[in-house]
Write a protein that binds this ligand. Structure first.
Ligand code: NAP
Ligand code: MG
Length: 501
């Protein structure tokens, strides 16, 4: 199939695919109790994707009641590890069988390139599901040192009802980072997807039922953050909120917890991640490729986006030119075209945020090296070209605030100490990267950089096997890896007093 045939085929599928719009509560597709809906539109061209249920506090309550009943009667929690594992594997199998459909829904809903949804979002979501399916029968408790008069052990127990609140940048992938380990530990879940991207969350939960997940164990309630999200986070019978999103909402979630039942909160928040290129960088072309894609992938809407590029003054003009050359090849296009590698931003509002930061950077005196404008306006979608600013002051807005869009700021440094000082001069601490051929310098950087993720000679070079999460105001609690399981469990200490035999 050539490129234009592939495009025609995708457009046909997009015209006929069923766009999920209802909540999924107690195993049934339902409308909101008050009938409220909002229009979900595709950021790529503005087409309507249907009127989606806008859940209220009453809908959240029915979902929590359903999840609680499922938890308390043990229909999932009390299944054997072998049986739970089989269901989660069947779930991954069904997601795999529907991967094309899920990728299409994800691309339509978010404006991300269909090729990215097919190659990255959906396979990673499925891989996450399989990883926790495989992990769940390998979780052991511990036995205390033996004593003739006492037998003591500690065991992980599921928390109960988990509320998951996720963003729109990787909708299904972020949902599965929460849902899969929460289910693996035996919990029930109520998932609130972002308003902008509800479709794959709903479809995934329908498919979980087909895989044999018992009714009520996984409920999905779409709606606004202020109504559905807040109701979930304030609910007295929710044991934990697992969140990915902005710091602003993260703060609210902690407040809601304090004002309700002290539910646990885990926060994966934003970043202003630095990538440092030392003059002994082993491969400037590879680093330039990585630097460009580390900010422009997913239209810059990535929490780990390397939005600050710190380059040593000896190589700066050469290196900046290389990054600009790579970025020139990243051209905004129709998200449904399989040849597209850079799509639309999620919404008009997010596009305007990015354009606002571009205007501020100009005003504050940075030099624009590339981009800066809205493009493809005639499509009806929201596109901003890859944009690069050089000469960004460390005090400038672009060096300090998260844009969550395709805008790169370049900062020059003179020596290692200055590089670390600039890199750490932020309230965030999600990811950081360093390019060097010097092993000692690489280890020093790994130690000195205050971030939950540090990458040497590569960006985003890790996977489900490694913990993911931030230091400082980038949040706390970890997704991915076996570490993620602990936050969905309580640790119970049991002691038997032993009498004479
Ligand atoms: P956001 O506004 O924080 O939204 C995230 C989720 O929270 C959405 O489902 C949203 O619902 C919900 N929400 C909003 N207000 C709420 C409230 N008062 N109570 C409960 N829930 C509420 O973030 P965003 O703008 O969608 O996403 C971008 C941000 O997320 C960026 O700052 C980015 O850095 C961060 N992010 C972090 C990670 C990470 O892993 N650390 C990953 C991706 C994104 P509605 O959308 O329906 O309003
Ligand atoms: Mg949408």
């Amino acid at each position: 199939m050539n490129d234009s045939e592939a495009l025609v085929r995708t457009l046909k599928r997009a015209a006929t695919v069923r766009c999920p719009t209802d909540a999924l509560i107690e195993g049934r597709s339902v409308a909101a109790l008050d009938g409220a809906r909002f229009t979900n539109s595709a950021p790529g061209d503005g087409r309507s994707l249907g009127d989606v249920v806008s859940g209220s506090a009453a809908d959240i309550d029915r979902a929590v009641v359903s999840a609680r009943a499922a938890f308390e009667d043990g229909r999932w929690r009390d299944q054997t590890a072998k049986a739970k594992k089989a269901v989660l594997h069947a779930f991954a199998d069904i997601l795999t069988a529907h991967a094309d459909e899920l990728a299409l829904l994800e691309s339509l809903d978010t404006g991300k390139p269909i090729g990215d949804a097919e190659a990255v979002d959906i396979p990673l979501a499925i891989n996450t599901t399989r990883y926790y399916a495989e992990a769940l029968d390998k979780i052991y408790g511990e036995v205390a040192p033996p004593s003739p008069t006492r037998l003591s052990y500690a065991v992980h127990e599921p928390l109960g009802v988990i509320g998951a609140i996720v963003p729109w940048n990787f909708p299904l992938h972020m949902a599965m980072w929460k849902v899969a380990p929460a289910l693996a530990m035996g919990n029930s879940v109520v998932l609130k997807p972002a308003e902008q991207s509800p479709m794959t969350a709903i479809r995934m939960a329908e498919l979980a039922l087909d895989a044999g997940l018992p009714t009520g164990v996984l409920n999905v309630v779409p709606g606004t953050g202020d109504a559905a999200g807040q109701a979930l986070a304030r609910h007295m019978d929710v044991d934990m909120i697992a969140f990915t999103g902005s710091g602003q909402v993260g703060r609210l979630l902690m407040r809601y917890s304090g004002e309700s039942n002290l539910k646990r909160v885990s926060l994966e928040l934003g970043g202003k991640s630095p990538q440092i290129v030392f003059p002994d960088c082993p491969d400037l072309d590879a680093a330039a490729q990585a630097a460009a894609w580390a900010i422009f992938y997913n239209q810059g809407q990535v929490c780990t986006a390397a939005s600050r590029l710190l380059v040593h003054r000896d190589i700066k003009s050469d290196f900046v030119q290389r990054v600009v050359e790579v970025a020139k090849t990243i051209v905004p296009g129709d998200p449904l075209d399989p040849a597209t590698r850079f799509g639309a931003m999620i919404s008009e509002a997010q596009m305007n945020v990015a354009l606002g930061y571009i205007a501020t950077a100009e005003r504050e005196g940075a030099q624009r090296m590339l981009g800066g404008s809205r493009v493809r306006q005639e499509s009806g979608g929201y596109y901003v070209e890859p944009t690069i600013f050089d000469g960004v002051a460390t005090t400038a807005t672009l060096a300090r605030e998260e844009v969550f869009g395709p805008v790169l700021g370049i900062i020059e440094f003179g020596d290692d100490e200055e590089a670390y000082a600039i890199a750490n001069d932020t309230v965030y601490g999600l990811a950081a990267g360093v390019w060097t051929a010097n092993l000692n310098r690489a280890h020093a950087a790994a130690r000195r950089l205050k971030a939950g993720l540090v990458w040497v000679n590569g960006w985003d070079a890790c996977d489900i096997t490694m913990p993911f999460g931030g230091f400082k105001q980038s949040g706390f609690g970890r997704d991915r890896s076996l570490h993620a399981l602990a936050k969905y469990a309580d640790l119970k200490a049991v002691s038997f007093t032993l009498g004479a035999a």
